[in-house]
Design a protein around this ligand. Sequence first.
Ligand SMILES: Cc1cc2ncn([C@H]3O[C@H](COP(=O)(O)O)[C@@H](O)[C@H]3O)c2cc1C
Ligand SMILES: O=C(O)c1cccnc1
Length: 347
Amino acid sequence: MTYQIDPIANPELEAKIQHKIDLKTKPIGALGKLEHIAFQIGRIQQTENPKIEKPTIVVFAGDHGIATKGEVNPFPQEVTSQMVYNFINGGAAINIFSNTNNLSLKIVDAGVNHTFPNELDIINAKIDFGTKNYQEEPAMTLKQCEESFNKGSDIISKLKNEGTNTIGFGEMGISNTSSAALLMSYFTEIPISECVGSGTGLDNEGISRKQQILSNVYKKYNPQNALEAMAVFGGFEIAMISGAILKAAQLKMTIIIDGFIVTAALLAAQAINKNVLDYCVFAHNSNEKGHIKMLEFLNVNPLLSLGLRLGEGTGTALAIPLVQASVNFLNDMASFDSAGVSGETKD
Ligand SMILES: Cc1cc2ncn([C@H]3O[C@H](COP(=O)(O)O)[C@@H](O)[C@H]3O)c2cc1C
Ligand SMILES: O=C(O)c1cccnc1
């Protein structure tokens, strides 16, 4: 599986964007991270006047075989499908934050263990009725894994054709912090015990049990590449997000990265093609234990730190207004010249 993604390198334009930022009516660097975001989006779109168009959050939902046992997840597997109905009815956190910030929201059935009625407003990309339990066998076949990447990628192509140039991902899948921890350990080489956290609220005893179980799962397999790792440890929704990230980068979209699970999908995507990282803005650091180490591994600095640990794309939905503000200041803020404001005195 290859994704051709252009590295961004245009020093002449970059100098112009930086100059434009520096001429705004403010001390150099005074808008902090917003300046980095404005610069990055100018680079992505290869213009001094970038635009955020039809910002969209896509929530991928999928079930996990291990969840049926209830050993690593405080909530039962049915919550995945129940939450999909909640998304459709507008009652979940991601609905509220998307509405607050005028974001378009799409829900994808990547592989929920439930048959949804056809008339529901869901993108049907179902691979299967949940993954297999990786305590016994790989979560999915390589073919299913590739199919997941391709379906994620197709969803993005369609959104791009409809005019979206800024995209964020959310996920819903009971037990998917376990998959994310396994993938994290594989891609970062950080011991599994440091990648496992409380998820939706395990107590200390529960966390020790989850560490033990996932450590055994980790030892059971020896994946040779990113696709194999995703097939053994992943979930349909996570693999679809990886495919979606790769496609979005290929199409030069700005990608806003959410919490622990979406960042695990990114770890797989960047192992396939490092250039994806040029297109990613990091929304927040999740309170799920491993997330901060994932961000350190990627050497990135997120916008927000709100103590969220929910997923669904909630951190992304909250960060997009900051991304919009960054682009707006680049386009609309006066320069020292245009506003008749005196610049720094030179000595
Ligand atoms: C009601 C509810 C809503 C959620 N929305 C996102 N998640 C989050 O929690 C799950 C992962 O945690 P674990 O690995 O501990 O099962 C995912 O579905 C994730 O999106 C939720 C979880 C619950 C219970
Ligand atoms: O950060 C996340 O994405 C997260 C954390 C806990 C549970 N679900 C998701």
